[in-house]
Design a protein around this ligand. Structure first.
Ligand SMILES: Nc1nc2c(ncn2[C@@H]2O[C@H](COP(=O)(O)OP(=O)(O)O)[C@@H](O)[C@H]2O)c(=O)[nH]1
Ligand SMILES: [Mg+2]
Length: 423
């Protein structure tokens, strides 16, 4: 009985062992084949993943492939090549934008508008400036939007930050005072850096050295009409040094002592100023024009008229000239960019009115334009149709028909009203 049991036991344990072994084998072989299959899937998907790496250079600067796509378009390559020759001859000029990374969307809107209305035919370069490095997303999107080459400049701290001669305590109390008086951007430190940079340093940036002309562009602006000509060409062929589209009165609270500094410059450097030929009367005349009384009263000889510099086309040699540099030096020594809130618009305008001949300043009459809260739109219906304008000159945002505008004063005391038909 014990023997039978023993044999039986042996048989049972062998069967159990065999069973367990077969389970182990099954597990092993399943997992092995599963592993093999997974491996092959993995390899296959890896192959697919990298199959189009060369064509998927989605990020032109770091070269990372785009990992997945929900598009039905097979060719994911973006054509960044700038080999296509411009269809028109070009001047030595660049479109120029000082901008922050967080303003990307507004920058793209302005670019799209200017590309559509003007640059798509010319492919002028775009130059971007910033006081901190541009991020990858900004560089990619603006490069994709531009029809010309793009370059990105980092402004050195010495050209941007508050200089050491500005007294910290005085500066802080001025900021507070202006904020209390509700002066626009009165309490902003960075706005002051920006205005001083635009007044005295933008044209010294190395990235602009190779150019003769710039066209200032700001985020969130719009150009309402097709450009009927290349404004850079007009500047060069007609010997223009400064071009504007809108002119209005400055808030006096931002520049209480600017004119004192200007008078000092005029007294110290009479040899740089030709009162016979310049546009001095445009910035000083405050008489009645037609039936319109000037509604803006000024406490100095300066009538507060300025060209709105968010649109500006300029000859860089004007800003690089000794005369302009001396002018800026006198102004900068007063500290008014910080203790007050001097804007680059009155600073540029006064310089142009003092140092240039009247006829070196041009009003680009035909280029409809919008920067909050104002716009300008060509008054001629025929011209609006020809240039596919999308704007209404009769609405109240049209600065030219409001009493804030200095355009009629420009027509009277500046270079008059001109028609560009001969171009
Ligand atoms: N990089 C940089 N750009 C600035 C800064 N502040 C203003 N800007 C740019 O300077 C220009 C004028 O500034 P904006 O805010 O439009 O002033 P506004 O037009 O006078 O209301 C725009 O092109 C801005 O993008 C800043 O702190 N850093
Ligand atoms: Mg702006």
């Amino acid at each position: 009985m014990r023997k039978v049991l023993t044999w039986g036991g042996i048989f049972a344990s062998s069967a159990l062992a065999a069973y367990l072994l077969s389970i182990a084998y099954a597990i092993f072989s399943t997992s092995f084949s599963h592993h093999q299959r997974e491996k092959s899937y993995f390899e296959a998907s890896g192959k697919v993943l990298h199959m189009f790496d060369e064509r998927r250079k989605f990020d032109i600067y770091v070269g990372q492939p785009k990992l997945s796509s929900n598009t039905y378009v097979n060719d994911l390559t973006i054509d960044y090549s700038r080999d296509e020759p411009s269809k028109k001859p070009r001047e030595n000029a660049t479109l120029l934008m000082l901008v922050r990374n967080r303003e990307l969307e507004g920058a793209l809107q302005s670019m799209r508008s200017l590309e559509d209305r003007f640059n798509r035919k010319y492919h002028y370069d775009w130059t971007f400036l910033n006081d901190v490095p541009f991020d990858q997303a900004f560089i990619e999107a603006t490069t994709a939007m531009a029809s010309g080459k793009t370059s990105y400049g980092l402004i050195p701290s010495s050209d941007w930050d508050r200089p050491s001669n500005i007294n910290e305590t005085e500066f802080e109390s001025c900021l507070q005072l202006m904020e209390e008086k509700k002066v626009l951007y009165g309490g902003s430190r960075s706005y002051r850096n920006m205005c001083r940079f635009n007044s005295g340093f933008f044209f010294r940036q190395e990235i602009l050295d190779k150019y003769d002309y710039y066209f200032r562009v700001e985020p969130d602006v719009e150009y309402f009409c097709d450009f009927p000509y290349d404004p850079f060409k007009v500047m060069r062929t007609q010997g223009k040094k400064y071009g504007f589209v809108m002119s209005l009165h400055e808030y006096e609270d931002t520049i209480p002592t600017l004119w004192d500094a200007v008078e000092e410059f005029i007294t110290d450097y009479p040899e740089l100023i030709d009162m016979e030929t310049n546009a001095f009367s445009f910035i000083t005349d405050d008489g009645v024009i037609g039936r319109v009384m000037p509604i803006i009263q000024s406490n100095s000889m300066y009538n507060l008229c300025h060209f709105w510099s968010n649109f500006e086309i300029g000859d860089l040699s004007f800003f690089r000239s000794d005369a302009y540099l001396k002018y800026f030096e006198v102004l900068d020594s007063k500290g008014g960019f910080y203790y007050e809130r001097w804007g680059d618009a009155p600073v540029h305008t006064i310089a142009a009115a003092l140092l240039l001949r009247k006829e070196e300043i041009i009003h680009f009459d035909e280029l409809g334009y919008h920067h909050l809260p104002f716009m300008t739109c060509p008054t001629s219906r025929n011209l609006r149709l020809q240039q596919r304008c999308i704007c209404d000159p009769d609405i109240e945002e049209n600065i030219d028909i409001t009493s804030y505008s200095c355009l009629t004063r420009w027509w009277k005391s500046g270079d008059g009203k001109h028609f560009m038909k001969h171009i």
